[in-house]
Design a protein around this ligand. Structure first.
Ligand SMILES: Nc1ncnc2c1ncn2[C@@H]1O[C@H](COP(=O)(O)OP(=O)(O)OP(=O)(O)O)[C@@H](O)[C@H]1O
Length: 254
């Protein structure tokens, strides 16, 4: 048996692995949740990504580091399918993103991928619990069930008491916790986080990262995290460093 490529709706390598792994079929299932091959992206004439190769395994935590402007956020956006690669291949959870429409990429992200951006990106006039429930509601869950699942995640990230607070009234740290809960509520295979600790002080930032990596680790979720913070990078399984849109080969550990 060899399962590859375009899996049926709702299925992907990670989900199959969890189901079939205990039966001993795991070796036939691709372990990579993310592969970038020769990826290029340019906003203007100067490329922001040049020939980037990256391979992330199920459950792996990878930190993307490098100086300001080297292309970290662009890499994360292209890997998550928010921006389309202009050259090369991006394979996410077994799907070739270059073959999917924008709507299909958005549906894949909503269902199987978690995203945490720099400033949380919450809907300000929705309550914390409604923000967390949003991806489930958009995926057709009944409101009561979605809100119960969302409230459970707010408890897990330690701010269950703020469930009815409007996002606009949350502190920076609380907002980032809500964003982490929202990224994990769909039980994704992979979470992309772009400097999620950026708006917090160092201790608060590290605590948030511990929470994200800890919760992701429990579910076997891969994490790709963009960061400037050395402590955060040290917490990852692996660090990849970008320089001028290219991977710094000297810093590659595999
Ligand atoms: N929307 C845009 N339009 C034009 N150029 C852009 C745009 N976004 C980013 N760039 C440019 O692309 C390059 C890579 O930017 P990117 O934001 O990916 O870097 P970064 O490493 O994440 O930076 P930082 O650490 O400062 O957030 C930079 O030269 C930046 O100026």
């Amino acid at each position: 048996m060899h399962i590859r490529g375009n899996l049926q709706d709702g299925w992907n390598a990670g989900r199959l692995g969890r189901l079939l792994g205990p039966l001993g079929y795991g070796c036939a299932i691709p372990r990579a949740v993310l592969e970038l091959i020769g990826v290029e992206y340019a906003y203007t004439r100067t490329p922001a990504l040049r020939g980037v190769e990256l391979h992330v395994d199920a459950g792996e935590v990878v930190a993307v580091t490098g100086p300001s402007g080297c292309g970290k956020s662009t890499l994360l956006h292209v890997a998550a399918g928010i921006l389309p690669a202009q050259l090369g291949v991006v394979r996410l959870l077994g799907y070739d993103l270059t073959a999917l429409s924008e709507a299909q990429r958005a549906a894949l992200r909503r269902r199987d991928v978690g995203v945490v951006l720099q400033f949380g990106q919450l809907v300000p006039d929705l309550a914390a619990v409604e923000n967390v429930a949003l991806p489930l509601l958009l995926d057709g869950w009944a409101r009561g069930r979605a809100l119960r699942a969302a409230a459970g995640w707010l408890d897990r990230v330690g701010i269950g008491q703020e469930r009815d607070t409007l996002a606009a009234e949350l502190s920076g740290g609380e907002s980032q916790r809500v964003a982490v809960a929202r990224a994990l509520v769909t039980e994704p295979e992979i979470v992309f986080a772009d400097e999620p600790t950026g708006s917090l002080d160092q201790a608060g930032g590290f605590e948030l990262l511990e929470l994200l990596v800890g919760e992701a680790g429990e579910g076997g979720v891969a994490v790709v995290i963009v960061t400037h913070d050395r402590d955060v990078a040290a917490r990852a399984d692996r660090e990849v460093r970008l320089l001028d849109g290219r991977l710094d080969m000297a810093r590659l550990t595999r």
